[in-house]
Write a protein that binds this ligand. Structure first.
Ligand code: B16
Ligand code: MG
Length: 218
């Protein structure tokens, strides 16, 4: 099926293109251990799509701890240094199922796509995966001041793509991201369990079910 060519796709990074959540978890768990806070894999779900600063606030709240700003800054730096060490070995084999083929198909069909991620490390990750230059635009945590569910990240991506929001389809794995897409006036495809992604226009359990034809169904 050939798709109408005015559409554009905006991809979230963690949980859609690659599973960086497992590395965030290892780095945050080490921080939590040092702070004497119990931090489980289930707690880690709360951090998906959430900024680094906000993630620390959530962990401190879980442990009912308060820190001053310079202590928080030191922790944020330590967490990111550890995270960067962990992802330094990342390569294209870590892309989630079907994603590389999908991005390639979009590229071959001249359907533009952008990244819309909360991560300040997004560009580095796309470069490690060798796909950074496939994206028409990369909008990440360095470009925006308001976190998802605010629509800023996706509206900025639409602007850089030169597309109206109603012509953009967002692919997201986090509830805050789906809400951000809807707040931007865009269509949203959720990856994961429907109960966590209720506002999505379509939910798929896994990236392997996402193909170029999926975008025609919306
Ligand atoms: P960084 P996404 C998000 O990526 C992650 O889901 C979230 O867990 C992380 O805290 C956030 O990026 C910030 O990452 O510390 O690298 O700036 O899902 O928006 O692509
Ligand atoms: Mg995500």
């Amino acid at each position: 099926m050939i798709m109408t060519n005015h559409k554009a796709i905006i991809f979230d990074l963690d949980g859609v293109i690659v599973d960086t959540a497992k590395y965030h978890f290892i780095a945050w768990q080490e921080i939590a251990r040092q702070l004497g806070i119990n931090f489980t894999k289930m707690d880690n779900e709360l951090l998906k799509g959430v900024s680094r600063v906000q993630s620390l606030e959530i962990i401190l709240e879980l442990g009912q701890k308060s820190l001053n700003q310079s202590e928080k800054d030191a922790i944020l730096e330590a967490k990111n240094t550890h995270y960067l060490e962990l992802i330094s070995q990342m390569n294209k084999d870590e892309m989630l199922p079907g994603i590389k083929e999908l991005l390639w198909d979009l590229k071959q069909s001249n359907i533009p796509f952008a990244l819309g991620s909360a991560s300040k490390n997004a560009r580095r990750i796309l470069e490690a995966l060798n796909i950074a230059d496939w994206f028409t635009a990369i909008v990440d945590g360095n470009d925006v001041s308001k976190a998802k569910p605010d629509p800023e990240v996706f509206l900025t991506a639409a602007k850089r793509l030169g597309k109206q929001p109603e012509h953009c389809i967002v692919v997201e794995d986090a509830q805050a991201g789906i809400l951000a897409a809807k707040n931007a006036g865009m269509k949203a495809i959720g990856i994961g369990q429907p109960e966590n992604l209720q506002q999505a226009d379509m939910v798929l359990p896994d990236t392997k079910y996402l193909t170029i034809n999926t975008f025609n169904e919306l």
